[in-house]
Design a protein around this ligand. Sequence first.
Ligand SMILES: C[S@@+](CC[C@H](N)C(=O)[O-])C[C@H]1O[C@@H](n2cnc3c(N)ncnc32)[C@H](O)[C@@H]1O
Length: 284
Amino acid sequence: MVTVSDVLKNGTDILSAHDIENYKFESSCIFEKAFGVKYRTPAYDRIKNSELDEAVAEQFCELIRRRIDGEPLQYILGEWEFYGLPFKVGRGVLIPRQDTETLVDFLLDYFNNRENLRFADLCSGSGCIGITLEKKLKCDKAYCVELSDKAISYLKENIRLNGSACECVKGDVLLEQTAESFENLDFIACNPPYLTAGDMKNLQTEVQFEPKSALFGGEDGLDFFRCVTRIWKNSLKAGGVLAFEIGINQEEEVSQILIQHGFQNVRFMKDYCGVFRIVYGVKD
Ligand SMILES: C[S@@+](CC[C@H](N)C(=O)[O-])C[C@H]1O[C@@H](n2cnc3c(N)ncnc32)[C@H](O)[C@@H]1O
């Protein structure tokens, strides 16, 4: 008799044989998704030696197949955690990264004691930045601005899922008329596409499943930093903050862009791995 625990072990072995680094963790996540039972809980103990339900086992095997074909675990699960909150994800939207928590940490710290905040999260994707900030700060108005329809469908779902008051705005952040419809913001958070043309040729298999429009920032990766800094500056109130997530080694160039546009106190900060991950400046 083939049992539930046999099929889990089989899935773990397959992921290991395909060099999936966290194969035990990933196979248990996929198991939980297929079987609807948390691994290593009394509920799991009750079923682990039972005979398999063929249909569920087939679903588990199909998810394992998708993973060994390179699809990211997060898309297979359909949901991922960011800053302790759940976010629905799937093809067409960028997976929230732990690196991005650095931008959230900085803004939570900077605006911790303030009330009636008005802010915009540009290039929102799943909404992980904007929704988290809106939930944790005292906000009067929070906007999430995104262009891709697919991403917007996840963004709206995540606003509902998290009971957030963020307003989803469909717009191209590179157009002046989009920026002109926002004013008096205390801060702008932006994690734009910032990979270079060279980076795009060497994407890790999993990243190739993510939308190119969420990744590619122009030949040198800096297109969004230049344009957003120039056209969104006027949407900030005096003393307002523009804070970007940046890619590896972009801190000097992005700082220069902010300085050229008259931002004061321009600084960069490291993420948990010691990589410079955010640049921010204060409007005069
Ligand atoms: C790097 S992802 C960041 C997503 C999300 N903020 C996060 O941190 O996970 C960049 C996002 O910008 C969106 N985007 C690309 N070009 C845009 C544009 N011109 N205007 C608005 N959003 C854009 C992409 O669809 C994608 O969701």
